[in-house]
Design a protein around this ligand. Sequence first.
Ligand SMILES: CC(C)(COP(=O)(O)OP(=O)(O)OC[C@H]1O[C@@H](n2cnc3c(N)ncnc32)[C@H](O)[C@@H]1OP(=O)(O)O)[C@@H](O)C(=O)NCCC(=O)NCCS
Length: 191
Amino acid sequence: MTALRQFEPQDLLRMNLTNLDPLTENYNIDFYLHYLITWPSLFTIAEDQHGNIIGYMMGKVEEDPLWVKFTPHYLPWHGHVTALTVAPQSRRLGLARLLTAALERGCEEQKAWFVDLFVREGNETAVNLYKGMGYSIFRRVLDYYSDDPTGRKSGEDAFDMRKPLGRDKKRQHIRKNGGNYTVLPEDIYHG
Ligand SMILES: CC(C)(COP(=O)(O)OP(=O)(O)OC[C@H]1O[C@@H](n2cnc3c(N)ncnc32)[C@H](O)[C@@H]1OP(=O)(O)O)[C@@H](O)C(=O)NCCC(=O)NCCS
């Protein structure tokens, strides 16, 4: 049996099953704690019947600051997937879909316009997951990742994918053929 619950600080010492994966980002401890303190309801853990952490979603809601407002890249109030991972032995059971749906519900409650995320162009599994859940490519960020896990290139593009939420009734925050709309990493504001 798998249960979803809110992240707790002691979970930081129990992330081996998920975080040894090469496509799972690892951050400093203060980064995880910042998410816990600021957006506790958007940091969800999936635990198996033995209490092992077999997946998690770390997300947030935010808006770009005013000084970015008058640039073409300004982001209004929106939800963001910062990290989503499922342990290899627990994949393809629908866990990622459950965790993503939980984040979307939280963002709906907070009246966000959309949920967005960055994913490696070559991460077909994740791109398939998000497309299947109604996300589409909004823009391509050239060489967003400085490495390429396949070792073929020195860097890798990111797809910035979005799913509009209930507030975006006119679907004004998504773009058709966004894969052809390219931006540079410096065009993305990192608050
Ligand atoms: C991407 C990841 C989170 C998916 O987790 P998961 O729990 O296995 O995904 P789900 O079981 O919820 O699958 C949902 C959908 O994703 C897609 N998907 C999942 N695994 C897939 C695979 N191996 N190949 C193709 N599509 C896949 C399918 O569309 C699937 O729906 P279906 O099973 O009805 O066909 C997981 O593989 C992972 O942790 N990868 C490493 C970290 C990562 O890439 N995180 C995302 C960074 S943005």
